[in-house]
Design a protein around this ligand. Structure first.
Ligand SMILES: Cc1cc2nc3c(=O)[nH]c(=O)nc-3n(C[C@H](O)[C@H](O)[C@H](O)COP(=O)(O)OP(=O)(O)OC[C@H]3O[C@@H](n4cnc5c(N)ncnc54)[C@H](O)[C@@H]3O)c2cc1C
Length: 402
């Protein structure tokens, strides 16, 4: 019997991962070169002072990486989601945290798909150049939680303006954005046939809004993630800043989720590989009882399990990206990729922390920081349970539970 092919055969209907690696080699090299200027110690320092990696984000922007998904006609590089996901993966794989700036890559997709020609011409080239940051998306509310259609922030049309009142929570990167996409009700819940109707999205210019109807309160949190409570008190938004049709906002937000899911899956995969590499190296070097700890199968197996999980998530991530880039439905694959990747990176993080023993808890090893950072993705931007509910109901056709 022939020995198995060590490279693994291509799976029918899927592009083998090896060829993805070749196709993306240039991107990986470019991002790695940039990240080499911002080693793990840089991110550790930012984490310690609870700061924002401004220099890193500025360098990524200058190099054009955050404009990967902006079409060339608007000054971006017009790359596909696969390529964009590789950029995010590499940042996390190098020890960084793409969560500080991933919104700039995907939030503009809502404007691109549903904005007017005038809005796209006005904003996209400046977003592509990094002159404007559109890093924030305001959806979650304290009382609605995951039940997005029950949000109560209301935008009332008054002539050529909308006047917004309400509250949001957990809205990220507001302090490092010029613009934010805001989801608000424009028709009261009691007056719509379906809960998903009567919601609209707006482009909020944070530079003029903050202090003039919008108050921002930072939330101290487990990860060094810039996130905030927002209070709207008669904030005026020009009617021209409505994106798409009034009342269709929920659908527009859903349209952007697949790209977000796939990109965040890629970040988790980057984390997963970082943890596996880190713990493998450590397990080869750390001598206890006169031999490397990695010689014990009790240490080997959890690392091997985690590696298998990361590899499997990686396949699903490229499957989702491939479908997205071909303009095909990919809701199931994007959600499954995000779910698998978030779990795999956590599994890898758990093994990495465990087998570093006490040293895993020391900040200078970066393990505890990455462990905290990757844990977020089982809750945000969508919790694991809600992905399972999506698969159960929309893919398997099980009865709706909510
Ligand atoms: C650091 C951070 C950054 C964030 N950034 C943003 C942002 O930029 N913009 C934004 O709009 N939001 C953001 N969020 C919010 C995030 O999307 C929500 O926290 C997340 O969707 C969960 O909502 P919730 O916190 O209200 O939890 P809840 O809806 O209160 O749910 C709590 C738990 O109960 C579970 N649950 C609820 N209902 C069900 C059900 N029917 N079946 C099974 N389980 C259920 C959930 O899975 C969850 O685990 C961020 C959150 C964090 C922590």
């Amino acid at each position: 019997m022939a020995a198995p092919d060590p490279q693994g055969g291509g799976v029918r209907g899927l592009t083998p991962v090896a060829s993805f690696d070749e196709r993306h080699a240039e991107i990986r090299e470019g991002v790695r070169a940039l990240c080499a200027e911002f080693p793990a110690a840089y991110f550790r320092g930012v984490d310690e002072r609870r700061g924002y990696p401004e220099e890193f984000v500025a360098a990524l922007t200058r190099a054009g990486w955050l404009a990967a998904l902006v079409p060339q006609e608007y000054g971006g590089s017009g790359l596909g989601l696969s390529e964009a996901s590789v950029i995010m993966e590499e940042i996390n794989r190098c020890g960084g945290n793409a969560g500080a700036c991933h919104g700039q890559m995907y939030n503009m997709g809502t404007l691109l798909r549903h904005g007017s020609q005038a809005q796209k011409r006005e904003y996209l080239p400046r977003i592509a150049r990094g002159e404007l940051r559109l890093q924030s998306m305001g959806v979650t509310e304290p009382t609605a939680g995951t039940d997005t259609t029950s949000i109560s922030t209301f935008a009332e049309r008054k002539g050529e303006r909308y006047v917004v009142n309400g509250q949001k929570v957990w809205i990220s990167r507001v302090q490092h954005s010029d613009l934010m996409i805001l989801l608000a009700r424009t028709t009261p819940l009691a007056q719509v046939k379906r809960k998903s109707e009567g919601l609209s999205i707006f482009l909020v210019d944070l530079r003029s809004a903050v202090g003039h109807g919008l108050e921002v309160k930072p939330i101290a949190n487990m990860v060094n993630h810039e996130t905030n409570e927002l209070f709207f008190s008669n904030l005026e938004i020009p009617a021209a800043n409505l994106i798409g049709e009034e009342g269709q906002g929920f659908r527009y937000i859903l349209d952007g989720l697949n790209a977000e899911r796939a990109l965040i899956a890629a970040e988790c995969i980057g984390d997963g590989y970082w943890f596996v590499d880190k713990v493998t190296k450590y397990a080869k070097e750390r001598i206890v009882f006169g031999r490397p700890i990695g010689q014990n199968q009790g240490v080997q197996f959890p690392i091997a399990e985690a590696y298998i999980a990361v590899e499997a998530a990686n396949l699903m991530r490229f499957r989702a990206c491939e479908l997205f880039d071909a303009g095909q439905p990919c809701g199931a694959e994007a959600n499954m990729a995000k779910h698998l990747a978030a779990r795999a990176s956590w599994q890898a993080g758990e093994a990495c922390l465990q087998f570093h023993g006490g040293y895993g808890f020391a900040a200078e090893y970066d393990v505890e920081r990455k462990f905290r950072e990757t844990r977020l993705y089982q809750v945000a931007p969508i919790s694991s349970n809600l992905i399972l509910a999506y698969i159960a109901e929309h893919v398997l056709g099980l009865p709706r539970s909510f």
